[in-house]
Design a protein around this ligand. Sequence first.
Ligand code: PEP
Length: 252
Amino acid sequence: MTRRTIIAGNWKMNTRAGEAAELAKGVAGAVGENPAVEVAVCPPAVYLSVVADVLAGSAVGLGAQNLYPAEDGAFTGEVNASMLRDVGCRYVILGHSERRALLGETDAEVSEKLSAALAGNLVPIVCVGETLDDREGGKTESVVETQLKGSLKGLDEARAAGVVIAYEPVWAIGTGKTASPEQAEEVHAFIRKLLGELFGSEVAEQIRIQYGGSVKPGNAKDLLGQPNIDGALVGGASLKVDDFVAIIQAGC
Ligand code: PEP
């Protein structure tokens, strides 16, 4: 089974309109029309339209960093899947560890958002990953299992293949510490085994699992060369065109 590598940039709460447009222009220009890998950028919600205009006609997809799982209505400050589609999004990141830690986002909320994303024709990128304490306490697998099963609750086999999972060890995010390719592969293989238990091995083989956590041009090739690592979710390095493009090239 060949899974198409997917590299996504999570810009988090960074850039202003001008920078966002320049960054998107640089990525789209370097990626060209038929990249060997799938590429997406996920700007802050307020700049989605700005970036959508720049990416129009390019092979780079647009993603959001979150959504609210409801139809239009009295949800001050929130944005739903239909709005994200309307401004040109194809992807949405769900359950990022920063949202889990800072905003108390739970697995149950992630699973509601996942249903809303799929109903709204968005490709969800569902994040899971353990903290340093979890890892040092030998709890990596149990934490990842709980998050994965909770976040994917209610997902049916038919739609599971279209979901992207991002394994992001919290201790490696924005810290400059990267999981070694072997450490990452071990967890990715474990996630694929769990996906097989949930959806059957045929579907599990189709689901792409990205690695995230201080992915840089210097470590991308080794990480992406692992059998169960099907892409990268890139934070800091996605804010520099040259670095992000080098990571994309490492995946080609
Ligand atoms: C992320 O935010 O998803 C991430 C992986 O960040 P960084 O690449 O900066 O560690």
